[in-house]
Design a protein around this ligand. Sequence first.
Ligand SMILES: *[C@@H]1O[C@H](CO)[C@@H](O)[C@H](O)[C@H]1NC(C)=O
Ligand SMILES: *[C@@H]1O[C@H](CO)[C@@H](O)[C@H](O)[C@H]1NC(C)=O
Ligand SMILES: *[C@@H]1O[C@H](CO)[C@@H](O)[C@H](O)[C@H]1NC(C)=O
Ligand SMILES: *[C@@H]1O[C@H](CO)[C@@H](O)[C@H](O)[C@H]1NC(C)=O
Ligand SMILES: *[C@@H]1O[C@H](CO)[C@@H](O)[C@H](O)[C@H]1NC(C)=O
Length: 386
Amino acid sequence: MTILAASILALAVGSQAHQVAWSKGMYCKNSNSNVDSPNAAGFIIDPLYNLTTTDWFLHGVCRNFPPPAGEYLNVPANGKFTVEIASNRAFTTMSYNGTKATDWPDGKVHPNNWSTNVSDPNFPPSSVGCLGSPNIHAHGSVDAAGTAFAISYNNNINTVAMTDFTVFTVLANTPYKRLATYSVPNLPACPSGGCLCAWAWVPNGCGQSNIYMNAYRCQVTGASKTALPVGKPQVPVWCQTNQSACLKGPKQMIVQWQAQGNNVVLPSGMQQGGGWPSPNYNSKVGFTAGAQTDIFVSTTVKSTATSSASSAKITSSASTTTTASAVNAAITTGAEASNSLSAETATGTVVSEPSDTVVPSSAPPRDTMIPVMLTITAIFILSSFM
Ligand SMILES: *[C@@H]1O[C@H](CO)[C@@H](O)[C@H](O)[C@H]1NC(C)=O
Ligand SMILES: *[C@@H]1O[C@H](CO)[C@@H](O)[C@H](O)[C@H]1NC(C)=O
Ligand SMILES: *[C@@H]1O[C@H](CO)[C@@H](O)[C@H](O)[C@H]1NC(C)=O
Ligand SMILES: *[C@@H]1O[C@H](CO)[C@@H](O)[C@H](O)[C@H]1NC(C)=O
Ligand SMILES: *[C@@H]1O[C@H](CO)[C@@H](O)[C@H](O)[C@H]1NC(C)=O
């Protein structure tokens, strides 16, 4: 296909146009830069794929780009907190006074119940038939795989490890819209200096299988003095077709499709619903939707549970919330399907469109690079190579 550029000043950038949760306290707020970058995208939104542990854990070098001193993501015990999921900081209230933010992660306007069932010539489906923009690896909210936050009471970014992070909340059917509100269980207070939190997403097909993980300096607000400590998190167990085999209690984040550190043991064959097995923050690996109330060290059963195994170091203190069964209805295209999702750019002429930044060559994920021609004279015509 031809590319017509109206200006020599056109800048070609490769946009992977994936998502991260933007908020106060985040690492890599300026992507992998120390300069204020309202238009930050690029590295920070890169999917994590086939990487070493150093490179995928908390999004690799993002660990070297902390938030300003004293800035935290506030996590209210027994309350809720909201972050902004977007493919570019430009599309959030953290940039441009929010003037480029819409209801959606791509900074565009879509119908309220946007899905591949709704035809919009400006936003055609990806080559694998999923939503092209926003690139959420799904056909709509119905099969959005779910995202999660985990917390570590070890707040040392240099020593923290996967085994320190416990998933404490899951938001089913996300990523979908920009605003994402997570429910918090009865978390105890953090030590001086706060905690570390992590946002995590594992898509279910609809392109390359990859994961997303980013760090935040966070603090639990309004914590009860009597709140129980979080137990030692274990690796989740695949239990899609046998929910009684799910691991109960505190769970670690999911790592999959990396060169090192993959943790969930996948079954052979295809998963229920189609595609290669893909562990997500949903019932397939034992995550319930909402606040994870079974993560605390306890011999005291507070809720409706009956007799407890009091000898167990880690027991469930109240475990039932709605399961995210609908999330599993995904129609996937296989773990290694090539991802030809269109970039989160309009296919028409857009004025003053914030661009994604250049994806560093050190990031190997194979998602399709969509060239975008963007001019500083605010005239561009783009064409997809796909
Ligand atoms: C994973 O990375 C290694 C080393 O960088 C490379 O040799 C290999 O081809 C990659 N595998 C895939 C499936 O991309
Ligand atoms: C944001 O709004 C404030 C107050 O109205 C204004 O001073 C500032 O220039 C605005 N910043 C941007 C980037 O538009
Ligand atoms: C969702 O989209 C369909 C198809 O465009 C439309 O018929 C329906 O009214 C929409 N529903 C809502 C709740 O917006
Ligand atoms: C498309 O519509 C069908 C029929 O209403 C529904 O079952 C399916 O979940 C919808 N798909 C999406 C991605 O919303
Ligand atoms: C389901 O899992 C439970 C607990 O691991 C096990 O005892 C049971 O045999 C499994 N059922 C099936 C049908 O595999």
